[in-house]
Design a protein around this ligand. Structure first.
Ligand code: PMP
Length: 382
């Protein structure tokens, strides 16, 4: 008897970032600079809103897309805070940005379609594209200051291209796309049957430069899906809450996958979402800006040629000069230097490692001291 499982489920591996994070956690005495979530706790006022909902027995099935009051609150917030006009009927509350991306790709892609992923990129995209039976097409950006090269994008497009995923600010580089880059992408895509998925989950963590989302190109709104999350701006990673926005005909199809997958997000967290949207995210952004400046200063002093990130809470550090692949390098640094960073290969880019500054000042100082000590014992290749 031969048992067969789904072909796509068999070709996708569990997340390399998670695996490496567990390796760091299980290394005695190691200092981790790996985690991709705010180290702060969810603000009390948000937790109180969820507790009040539970006490009011808001524990029954809610509407599939989210309570109307929650969708209206998101619609208002998007218009007021970010100038994006999506009505409640164009919004869907999801189980984190992860599920928003999952249902988006499932809704858009057929087997054999191609999805363009500028790299370095969060590993989730590759897996989700493959789980649709579609093909990821990687577009390297490390030779262009992590901006998309228009000629390269044009060359990557084929008859089978279904979508392009844009992440700004980016995980793992922290870079934001310039207006010039976005204009060029828009110019290339505006007359093509290609969707753009905007993963804007780090949008509230921008420290300098002018931030623009591709979602602003509303002449393409029939081909844009915007993905967002409560995880990062409000320190709510464990709540598993996000949302997506799309032109009504697409949103109506997204809800099919959503409904048959999870029915809805939980009922008693939705008031807390509204409370979160009303809260001020600037103190958290200021904390991260301060840490970014410290980490960037230290890495530059060490002699590492790191590009200063404009947003998110990561730095992508070049290590090609040490003549090792990124996994070997990070394994050695963990074993010998007792400090954990994520190998660049897990973001589809060799020659780099990702540092997260979601840690307090003491931990950052200790981690950077250890990186400095480890590097001082390594030879640099010519
Ligand atoms: N997109 C990016 C770029 C991310 O970095 C993450 C989380 N690390 C997600 C999406 C998923 O976020 P969520 O917790 O909302 O599922």
């Amino acid at each position: 008897m031969e048992l067969t499982l789904n072909r796509d489920a068999m070709r996708v591996e569990l997340s390399g970032i998670r695996r490496f994070t567990y390796l760091v956690r299980d290394t005695p005495g190691a200092c981790a600079l790996t985690i991709g979530e705010p180290d702060m706790n969810t603000p009390d006022i948000i937790k109180e809103a969820a507790k009040a909902s539970l006490d009011a027995n808001d524990t029954h099935y809610p509407p599939g897309n989210g309570y109307p009051y929650a969708l209206e609150a998101i619609s208002r917030y998007e218009a007021n805070a970010h100038g994006l006009k999506y009505g409640p009927e164009e919004i869907l509350l999801t189980v984190g940005a992860t599920q928003a991306l999952f249902i988006t790709l499932q809704t858009l892609c057929n087997p054999g379609d191609e999805v363009i992923i500028p790299t370095p990129a969060f590993g989730l995209y590759e897996a989700l594209v493959q789980l649709c039976g579609a093909e990821p097409v990687f577009l390297p950006t490390e030779h262009n200051r992590f901006q998309i090269d228009p000629d390269q994008l044009r060359a990557a497009l084929t008859e089978r291209t279904k979508a392009v995923i844009l992440t700004s600010p980016n995980n793992p580089t922290g870079c934001i796309y310039t207006k010039e880059t976005l204009d060029a992408v828009h110019e290339i895509l505006k007359d093509r049957p290609v969707f753009v998925i905007c993963d804007d989950v780090y949008r509230t963590l921008v420290y300098e430069g002018e931030y623009h989302s591709f979602a602003e190109y509303q002449d393409m709104r029939d081909r844009i899906v915007v993905v967002n999350s409560f995880s990062k701006p409000y320190a709510m990673t464990g709540w598993r809450l996000g949302w997506c926005m799309a032109d009504a005909p697409i949103r109506d199809r997204l809800q099919v996958f959503h409904q048959y997958c999870v029915t809805s997000v939980p009922s008693f967290v939705q008031r807390a979402c509204v409370t979160a949207l009303d809260s001020d995210t600037t103190p958290m952004a200021e904390t991260f800006r301060h840490r970014r400046d410290y980490v960037y200063g230290r890495l530059t002093d060490i002699g590492l040629n790191v590009q200063k990130p404009e947003g998110a809470f990561y730095m992508f550090i070049p290590i090609a000069q040490y003549g090792m692949d990124s996994l070997t390098f990070c394994e050695r640094m963990l074993r010998e230097g007792l400090v954990g960073l994520i190998p660049g290969i897990y973001f589809n880019t060799e020659g780099y490692m990702r540092l997260s500054y979601c840690y307090g000042d003491q931990d950052l100082k200790e981690g950077l001291d250890r990186i400095q000590r480890f590097l001082s014992g390594l030879a640099v290749c010519a």
